[in-house]
Structure formats: C-alpha cells, structure tokens
Design a protein around this ligand. Structure first.
Ligand SMILES: [Zn+2]
Length: 465
C-alpha cells in the first residue's frame, strides 16, 4: 500500500468526510475497495474533519472522488475547508450518475451487458442530475446553510477539488465567493485547461475574480504553486502520488461513463411521441408533477419555438412570486415537457436553467429506475441534446450566475447536440446591456468541451406566430 493510499484510507478511518453535525455524509463505500480488496469503514456523519496542510486536503478530496467513482459517477470530489482553522465543513463527490437498482426490463440498460469473458461489467448507471458536481453542490450547500449554521464568510473558505473546476463549477464558486484550491488539471473542461493559470477562457470581469481566488497547489516534481495565495494552505505541497491518483480516478471513471452514455439513449427517429402514445400516461403524469402544464404546448418543429412557448414562459414567471426568468425544454417532438423559473430568494444557483435541466434529468431517472416504467421511458425520452432549451432571458456571461448557466448547459448536454440548426440553446430576450453577438463571442475562448466538442451556440428565437 502506498503512502498516499494509506493517507486516503486514514481519512476514512478518521471519519474524514464529516462535517457539520446533522449533515449526512455522502455516498457509499470506501476508496478503491473494488479494485484493491482493501475496505475502509464508511464515513461517520458525526465526526469532524480537520486538515493540517494541502496534502491532507488533497487526500480527502481524492477519497471523496473515489466515493463518486464507486457510486457509478465521475471520480471527482470536493472539500469545503475553513482557511483559518483547517476545519472541514463539508465534502461532496460527483453525483451526476447513479447506479440503477438492477438490470431489468429497461432495454436501454445496455451498459449492464456482460460478455462471456473478461471481468464482469459494472452495474448500469444513468444520469440523475447533470448539475451534481462536487463544487456546485458545496456552493449550494453553503448558500443554503450559512445563516442557519453560522458558517464563516465565503472568502474565508476554500473549496479544495481533486480536479480543476468546469465552467459550471467555476460559476458556482465565484457566485458563492469561495477560494478554490485545485489538485489535478483537466485539459478538456477545466477552467485552467491550458495550465497557464491566466483564465483567458473567462470573460474579463470573471477572469480577474478567478485570478484573485483560484490557486493550484505545488506538486514537487510536477509544478510550482500557481495562482492566488489566498487559498487554504497555499504554502504547502501536494504529494505527486495523490496528484496522479486524482487525475487517474477521474480518467478511469470518465471512460466508463462515456461508454455507458453512448448506449443510454435512442435518436428521435426511434422514439415514440409521449404526448400521443396511449402507453405513455406514466411519462406524462411524471412530468406533470414537476411542471403542471407539461404537454399542454406543442410546436410542429422542436427547434422552432413559437409564441405559445414564449407565452407559457412569461405566464410561469408571472405566476411564480419572486421569479425573474424561466427556461423550458422542448423534446424532439416539440412538446414543452418541462419548464422552471429561477428562485433567486432561495439561492442564486437556483437558476431557471439549472432547475429545468435537473427536473428533466431527475424525472427521466425516476422513470428509468422503476422496472414498470423503464421501457416506456426508454421508448419516449432521450438525451437532452436532441431537444431544445428555450430561455425567456438569456444568461449574462459576464456574471458568475450567467457563466454558471453556460457551464450547466454544457454539463447537461455533455454529448454534442444533434447537429440541426437552429441551436439547442435558444432565448427570447437579451440580458440588459448584452448583445446577441456578445452571447456568442464568449464561446470560442471557453474550454474545448464547450467551444469545440459541443460548439455551443446561443441563438435568439426567430419568433413565429
Ligand atoms: Zn463541475
């Protein structure tokens, strides 16, 4: 057993995942238990974590990353720590994917397919919340609990993450006001994907804030400290082995997740329209629970929202006290299947887009999870990239909440949208002081996931009556 692995398991033994009293620790299992046979105890929800240096935080982030990987999601983990005391307030693994209960009638649980030779296939997994990255969950947890738990000001806290934050999590970290201490890099979707630490991918006002608050720990033999010294334990290094494991646990999980994702959805040509199919009553009912007007509006071409969609979104904002924006999702058949307003009084991260994307994924997951509804879910629902997200008002990419939405859109699509124009990212109204051109011009600088792989294209709706 390596020194690093001992340290990682040591955290488990010490109850390193825990936290503020009353906060449940997250995720099953212990790091690496399936591959090594080693088995540490599950985290104790009542113990408190205490860091002493960057290495102990990196080891805890790695341990948390293993929790995500063991649960069938991406192997990425985040730790929220008080800079002054080293007290660990919370940890969160990535929870985008969740293991389905068992392979059953769901025809699309193809990732469970076993071969006659080789190791047994991992249990099937499915997207349950595309926004459930560790750092985003830490930001949401902090914003929801800071008053009740008397948590320190955000600028005195650091999110230590096993992997460089994506655009969504960068937006979440900047919205909350945290520092961010980073272990491994990600040259595909990380905000520091170039490794230069310039944040040239971010629009100007956000770049300055990232330079002020993001720091990349020194790894002996790999790199010097880079970025803001305001992060927790910025003068101490992370061991090379821990750094490498943070990178490896992510890469391995990403390969598996991408393989599963490729088999998890049908193209629209193989789907049945849930609005008209008599067998789809459970699908309609499930979406009506989260959006009572589900399926009431339908447009002939799902990529060409009409005034009826605009009216539905305006009506939703008008009937939701405190809301300022709404986002709807048109499925490939043009059904307005789900819509949500923002909840600024609850959390600035409860954007209309995040809630809409989450509602679609969670409803689809719930239908897929149940043996009785899995077949109809697989026959009528697909990856959101085949549909269209329609914003009443586009996100402002010069604000943390706006770049959060850009990133959340990228995380939700993950695989490229169907290549039909118009785009899967449309809006009716512009943010104040922002032009159509501005919304598109920020995209080419973004990390490759957003600029190249997804080729994000915010487009204004060409209104039709
Ligand atoms: Zn993220």
């Amino acid at each position: 057993m390596s020194a690093t692995r001992r340290q990682v398991l040591g955290w488990a033994a010490l109850g390193g995942a825990a936290l503020v009293p009353g906060v449940a620790a997250c995720g099953p299992g212990s790091p690496g238990s399936s591959s090594t046979g080693a088995s540490g105890p599950p985290p104790s929800p009542s113990a408190t974590g205490q860091a002493t240096d960057a290495q102990s935080l990196a080891a805890l982030a790695l341990w948390t990353a293993y929790q995500g990987e063991q649960a069938g999601s991406y192997g990425i983990g985040g730790v929220l720590v008080d800079n002054a005391t080293g007290r660990v307030l919370q940890t969160m693994p990535n929870r985008v994917f969740r293991t389905l209960p068992s392979p059953g009638e769901g025809a699309e649980r193809a990732s469970a397919a076993t071969s006659s030779s080789g190791p047994p296939a991992p249990p099937p997994t499915f997207v349950q919340d595309p926004t459930a990255h560790g750092e985003r969950q830490l930001a949401s947890w902090y914003l929801a609990n800071r008053a009740r738990l008397g948590l320190p000001p955000a600028e005195d806290l650091t999110v230590v993450t096993s992997l460089d934050p994506c655009l969504m999590c960068t937006g979440a970290i900047l919205t909350a006001g945290f520092r961010a201490g980073i272990v491994a890099l990600d040259d595909f979707s990380g905000v520091n994907y170039t490794g230069k630490g310039t944040f040239a991918d971010l629009p100007e006002p956000l770049r300055a804030r990232a330079l002020d608050s993001f720091g990349y720990y020194r790894v002996d033999g790999v790199r010097d400290f880079q970025g803001s010294k305001a992060v927790a334990y910025s003068d101490t290094p992370v061991e090379q082995g821990t750094y490498q494991q943070c990178s490896d646990v992510y890469s391995q999980s990403a390969d598996r997740v991408r393989a599963a994702r490729g088999t998890a959805a049908k193209p629209p040509s193989q789907l049945t329209n849930p609005a008209t199919d008599p067998e789809s009553v459970n699908v309609r009912r499930a979406f009506e629970v989260v959006y009572p007007a589900a399926f009431e509006v339908s447009v002939p071409d799902g990529r060409r929202p009409t005034k009826a969609v605009y009216d539905a979104l305006v009506g939703l904002v008008a009937s939701t006290p405190g809301s300022t924006n709404a986002v709807g999702f048109l499925d490939p058949f043009g059904n307005l299947i789900v819509a949500a307003t923002d909840q600024p009084s609850v959390s600035p991260l409860n954007t209309a887009f995040a809630l809409c994307a989450r509602a679609y994924a969670q409803t689809r997951y719930a239908l897929t999870e149940r043996t009785i509804t899995a077949p109809v879910a697989a026959a009528t629902l697909t990856n959101p990239g085949y549909g269209t997200f329609v914003f009443l008002r586009a996100p402002d990419p010069y604000t943390p909440e706006g770049i959060f939405d850009y990133g959340a859109y990228g995380s939700t699509l993950a695989a490229p949208a169907s290549p039909f124009i118009p785009s899967a990212f449309q809006y009716y109204e512009l943010p104040p002081g922002v032009s159509e051109r501005d919304l598109q011009d920020v995209v080419p600088a973004l990390p490759p996931l957003y600029s190249q792989h997804l080729a994000m294209l915010p487009q204004r709706v060409v209104e039709r009556s």
